[in-house]
Design a protein around this ligand. Sequence first.
Ligand SMILES: C=CC1=C(C)c2cc3[nH]c(cc4nc(cc5[nH]c(cc1n2)c(C)c5CCC(=O)O)C(CCC(=O)O)=C4C)c(C)c3C=C
Ligand SMILES: [Fe+2]
Ligand SMILES: [Fe+2]
Length: 338
Amino acid sequence: MQGILLVNLGSPKSPTAKDVKPYLGEFLMDERVIDMPYILRYLLVKGIILNTRPKKSAEAYSKIWWEEGSPLIVISERQQKKVQAKVDIPVALAMRYGEPSIKTGLQELKDKGIDDVLMIPLYPQFAMATTETIDVLAEEVRKQYFPQMKVTSFPAFYNKKEYVNALAHTIQNHLEGYDYDHIVFSYHGVPERHIRKSDVTKGHCTIDGTCCQTASKAHDFCYRHQCLETTRQVVEKLNIPADKYTNSFQSRLGMDKWLQPPTDATVNGLAERGIKKLAVVTPAFVADCLETLEEIGMEAHDEFLKHGGQEFRTIPCMNDDDMWIDAMVTWIKEWQNR
Ligand SMILES: C=CC1=C(C)c2cc3[nH]c(cc4nc(cc5[nH]c(cc1n2)c(C)c5CCC(=O)O)C(CCC(=O)O)=C4C)c(C)c3C=C
Ligand SMILES: [Fe+2]
Ligand SMILES: [Fe+2]
């Protein structure tokens, strides 16, 4: 019998340092997030980051927390319920870090008699820290606890027409009546090293500006290519001219070189260049979360105004918009009828 598992990143249980600490510990000890040898990662995460970051992160989380809980979790639950209402097989929800875990989600499906699962990692663009880490953990959990189950992972959907159409529709909706000067496509960043590690050709991804526009097998697993391609398809659909948009990468952590250009410098630079009305969209997230509501909606917003900008509009994620729900429903029905 068939069933669906939607998987997103996860959130702490509450916006307190006490609950943020174990969540960040699990997240940052993932070798596909901080890709250092175990001992070094342990010393960095447990010895340094977890001593200072939980308090700072908890303060940020408390600014965006909803009465019902973490926006990321609450929105993911809404997505799950809406998808469930439109398909005739069970749909469960899981998180890569924290609760409900992938094991809990698969158990919920098993209890309903499911042995054939389509797992949809809720990340449009492939990265070690997105689709890959979910695939690897789900396979470990399946092997250990549910060896009779078949779990098929839905690949990154950065260029699938249903995602691009739903994203373009959300952008258009939220730009209505806003005579913006410029729009920034801000993707979550990753260290450049992650792109090289995922390069199956072992050489294509030089990250020198043009590799991502030159056709290559590497692009099936190149986060940078997939981000740029999502933007290319959306701006083509919405007829946004080349001088009216910029790609950037947010949320840098640590000393490594991350994908360029950074969102904060990009937004501030646009204000300094005389852009007055800015819009920012965050296509790497399908649900609003700390990174969209606080880092963009509050921090980047304030900085834009401080640097001379006049109006800043954060375009919400697709969240539980019907077109996005229908995109997932289409993929599920295609899989059911394969
Ligand atoms: C080395 C660190 C990190 C990598 C690599 C990374 C990749 C990555 N993350 C997301 C999506 C989300 N990240 C979120 C929060 C968050 N991310 C990091 C670090 C890395 N992410 C940290 C430390 C945090 C926690 C908050 C903080 O302390 O700043 C979130 C928000 C979760 C929420 O509860 O709202 C999301 C979503 C992607 C897509 C990605 C790679 C492409
Ligand atoms: Fe992150
Ligand atoms: Fe590339």
